[in-house]
Each structure stands twice: as C-alpha cells, then as structure tokens.
Design a protein around this ligand. Structure first.
Ligand code: AMP
Length: 568
C-alpha cells in the first residue's frame, strides 16, 4: 500500500514546477512507486478525479459539507473557516492553516501526541466512496464523519490535498496529456500506444495498470467494452470548407441533425444510452430504448447518433424540445412521451466483441447499415443518416440547401478514410452550417444584480478555453438576454460554485457551466486576459450538454476575429 503522504509530496512538488517535462517526470516517478493495486486510483487522483469520468459516479461533496467536516475535525467554527477562506482564496491552503493551528494547540495542551498510522491512497478512496454512496436520512452525518476521519488522521499538507480532492480540483495542472506521457515514461511504452489504449478504455487508470503489468502487449490487449462509454468524436467548423473538400478529393456528406448526441450500448435486450457528457440518460428515453431493441439487429453493439425531437409529420422540432426530454430523468409520463423522438445513427464503434474504431469511415458505415433495420412500419423513428460520397462542390451545396430546407442544421463533411478518434476534434469531421455569431463560453465569474434583481446573480463573466494550458480566458460580461426565470435558474446553479471570496459584489465561479452567447463583433481588448472582448454579448441558452473543456477555444476566437477582419 502506498501512503497518501507520497501523493501529497508529489502534488506539492508539482505546484512549484513550471515546466511540463519536469511535471511529467514527477508524475512518472509517482506512478512507478505506487503499487499496482493503487495505480488506477492514483492515476485518477492526480487528475482530480475520485471515480473515472465514464462511470458517471458523482462524489457530491459540496463546500458546506467540507467546511462542516473541517470544523468538526479542528474545532474551528464554520464562520472562521469561511473568513479564513476569504483571505487565502483557496480551500487547500485554508485546510493546511486550520490543521497547523490544530497541531499547535495540541502540542501546547497535551504532553504527548499519539502516533497515527499513515493514511493510504486506498483508505482515502474508500472514505470518499462511502461518503458518496451515503443517501437518504442520516447521509449528511455519514459524509461528514468520513471526511472528518480523514482530516483527523492527516497531516496539514495531506489535508490540503484531501480538501482539494473533495472538491475534485487539485489545481496542479496535470491533465490527460501529461499523464499519457508520464505513463509512457514510467513503463517504457510508446506514447501513441498509451493514447490509443486511452481512446478505447476512456480510463487512464486502466491504461496505467495494463502498462505496468503487461507493457506493450498489455496495452494492445485493451479494447472497447459495453457500458464503459468512450468519448465522442468531435467536429470542427472549417474556415474554408470548399478547400477542405478539394483536399480530401472525395468527402462523405451527411445531414447534420440539430438534436442531442447519444452513444448507445446494446447487450442483448439491455440498452443503455449515454449523453454527450457520457451521463447515463436511459431512464428518460424509454421509447428510444424500445426502438433500439426492435430495430438494431446486432446482439452487442456501440452506436453513435443524434436523437431529434420531431412533430407528427416527422419534421424536426427545435433543439430545446429534445433537451426537455433529457432533463426529465424520473417523471417520464405521457406528456413527455408526447414529444416523439427520431434516432439518426451515423457511426458504429463496437460490434460483438470487436473494437471498430480503427476501421475507416466507409467500412464502419457498411457494418452500421448491416446492423440496423430501418425499413419497417415505424421506420421514421430510426434511420442511418444518409451519406453521399462526392468531391463535387455543387453537389455538396445542393445537399446542404436540402438539409436546411428539411429543417436540419446543415451538413457534416467527413473524411471517408478516417478512423473514429474518441474525444478528438479534428479535420476529419467538419461542419458546414449557416454562420451564426454565437460562441459556447464558460462562466468564470459573476456579480449580484441590483434593483429588482438584487437577490439574483445578474451578470456573468464568460471565458473561452485554452486547450494548450487548460486555462479559461475571459472574453466578456453578459447581463442581457436573461429572463427572471433564467436568472433564478442560473443563480441556483452558480451559488454552489462560488470560488473563494467576494469583493464588491463580484466573485469567482468554478468553471463548470457552459452558456451559448450571441454577440455582434469580436474586438481586441486589454480588459480581459484572452486579449479579446465580445461586443454586445447576449445570453442565448445554457449548454448543459457540454463540458467546460468543450467550450469554444481561444484559437477559434482568434480565427473568428481574423475571419471578421476579412469580411470588413
Ligand atoms: P456542434 O454541436 O455544432 O459542435 O456540432 C457537432 C454535433 O453535431 C455532434 O456532436 C452531433 O451531436 C451533431 N450531429 C448531427 N448530425 C451529425 C452527423 N451526421 N455526424 C456527426 N455529428 C452530427
């Protein structure tokens, strides 16, 4: 068993390092030291996860629960903890100070300190797991007790990282890229093999353990598994789609449906549906489950598609209609089933024990077509997305116009020879849709409203994502386009995400919520750390189907800014 002290020391060291190579080396050292049984846990911990993202398991420890546990463990009042937090601005540093203070008092008042056994990584995991699984009456006490135990048994430095882990934010900047390279280094295996193993398992913990146990062969033995959802392949907007099609020579053109992405896992009669964020949404879609049972012939399969809400005539309805279905997890009564759903499948990643992501698009398409029966009486409810292979720009334009006329969002332009790359956004899937000046941005700050809206959060600082540094960079403030109802909804969502202190009614928000924002123009600006500002930003909708890392990037804002210059 590995002591948590080892883990905390690594975090501490990484916090002081600025170079990625040095960080990778430190993580690799830790991975080498950790026992094989604890490798998977440590791999997740170092990325601020307790459970693998695909598992859908939530830790569910909020700030108030954490303060209560720290208070119980130290004897300091919650009010004092909150006030200390306002000065440090960080829960980890706050926990460190609280425990140091406690230690001082203990040394002063007691003549001897009992020797405590060292906390192990497994113990931390077990306590977090027990806390997360507690439900119903008395569950709060169970959660607090387990956290309190950890703080009672930890050193101040360990407490710093336990409290950050409890909020699933270690703040040491170790993401998937660093970890992939660290696994490669620690177990002398090629980084691209680690990457491939990650794409099929969606779990770097499993990958690290396989690399340690079996090296290259261990990694090659990993494949996709039913009910371990993989990341979705993503598309990007092309600044010059015609040039891209010319370069591909021939492209696969598909209708782009405006609905909600679904990943379907079928094992016999058991059908599980995952959302774009890989949440299990099966319970809200019983009608879709029936359609799949009936029309997907494959025994074991993982399929990719878009669920669209349609009217009686099968015409697509607005995107919001289908979202209503996804939000309603429990009460799936008649009313909801009144919004019929159509499933449009466009890919297959797994069939009867075989991982298919390395096949080319056209080969996967052939397999997909052979698995889906869409020519029956209720065929309208399921189909394989039409696909035309062409290099003729006029044909593409014609399909595009038809798609818009039929009420779809546009077309997808795919490279026929491309593999399925989970989690990757690249030039193999491009989208062609009418230019709309909207961006998906993440809320990183907020301000209380005034006048009638004094008890509501009235204005939001929004930011784009920088995949190179994993930072969120501010691009503007949004306070218009919001109804009172929306403000209430957002206030509720954001009040649990406040980060550190409040100054003059302004406070930081942990980056979790994505909003779609319309604007008139992008300007260069020294006022925001992205270097850009949106002119007349306006709220359009909450994108709760997107993770913060899926927000528009600083690179796409730069591109849009340059495009805009060309148009002027
Ligand atoms: P966007 O949400 O604008 O980034 O566009 C990408 C999304 O379009 C995907 O995540 C899917 O949800 C959706 N989509 C609709 N039709 C297709 C299709 N034929 N192929 C791939 N994605 C599609």
């Amino acid at each position: 068993m590995t002591s948590f002290r080892e883990f905390a020391e690594t975090c501490q060291a990484i916090e002081k390092i600025s170079s990625t190579i040095d960080t990778t080396n430190r993580v690799a050292d830790l991975l080498m030291k950790v026992s094989v049984e604890e490798l998977s846990l440590s791999t997740h911990f170092i990325m601020s996860e307790i459970f693998p993202a695909w598992s859908g398991k939530q830790l569910g420890i909020g700030t108030s629960l954490l303060y209560a546990s720290l208070s119980k463990a130290s004897g300091m009042s919650i009010r004092s903890i909150e006030s200390l937090l306002r000065t440090t601005g960080d829960i980890g540093d706050t926990a460190l100070l609280i425990l140091k203070e406690k230690q001082k008092n203990q040394i002063t008042f007691s003549s001897f300190l009992e020797e405590q056994p060292e906390l192990t990584i497994t113990e931390i995991y077990q306590r977090f797991k027990t806390a997360s699984e507690a439900s119903g009456k008395g569950s709060q006490e169970v959660k607090v007790k387990n956290l309190q135990f950890l703080f009672n048994s930890s050193t101040p430095r360990e407490a710093k990282y336990i409290s950050r882990l409890a909020l699933e934010e270690l703040r040491i900047g170790v993401g998937e890229g660093v970890l992939r390279d660290a696994i490669a280094k620690a177990f002398s295996v090629p980084a691209d093999l680690v990457e491939h193993a990650f794409m099929v398992t969606n779990d770097l913990g499993i990958v690290a353990a396989a690399a340690k146990k079996g090296g290259i062969e261990g990694l090659k033995g990993l494949g996709i598994e039913i009910n371990r959802p993989i990341k979705m392949m993503l598309s990007q907007i092309s600044p010059d789609i015609d040039a891209d099609i010319r370069e591909m020579k021939e492209a696969a053109i598909e209708w782009k449906f405006d609905g909600v992405r679904v990943q379907i896992h079928k094992a016999g009669n058991l059908v599980t549906i995952y959302s774009r964020k890989l949440e299990n949404v099966t319970n809200s879609l019983p009608d879709l489950v029936e359609i799949i049972r009936k029309h997907v012939k494959a025994e074991y399969a993982i399929l990719d598609g878009e669920a669209v809400a349609v009217d009686e005539k099968g015409k697509p309805r607005a995107f919001q209609e289908i979202l209503k279905r996804f939000r309603r997890k429990y009460d799936v009564g008649e009313k909801v089933l009144g919004i019929p759903i159509q499933l449009n499948l466009f890919d297959i990643m797994y069939l009867n024990g075989r991982t298919l992501i390395d096949l080319h698009l056209l080969e996967r398409r052939r397999v997909l077509e052979s698995c889906v029966e869409s020519s029956t009486e209720d065929s309208k409810s399921i189909s394989v997305d039409k696909q035309v292979i062409t290099g003729d720009l006029e044909v593409v334009e014609k399909i595009y116009r038809e798609a818009l006329k039929a009420g779809h969002e546009g077309v997808m332009v795919k490279n026929p020879n491309s593999v399925y790359s989970p989690g990757k956004r690249g030039r193999n899937w491009l989208k062609k849709k009418p230019l709309m000046e909207t961006l998906d941005l993440v809320v990183v700050g907020a301000e209380w409203g005034f006048g009638r809206r004094v008890s509501l959060i009235g204005s939001y600082t929004v930011a784009c994502y920088d995949p190179e540094t994993s930072n969120f960079l501010q691009v503007g403030k949004v306070g218009t386009g919001l109804s009172d109802e929306k403000l209430k909804e957002l206030t509720e969502m954001l009040s649990g995400l406040m980060d550190g202190g409040e100054a003059g009614g302004v406070f930081a928000i942990r980056p979790k919520i994505v909003l779609e924002i319309a604007f008139e123009e992008i300007q260069k600006s020294p006022n925001y750390n992205s270097g850009f500002a949106l002119r007349f930003p306006r709220f359009i909708r909450i994108r709760d189907d997107k993770d913060p890392e899926e927000a528009d990037t600083i690179q796409s804002i730069e591109k849009a800014y340059n495009q805009q210059l060309k148009r002027l």
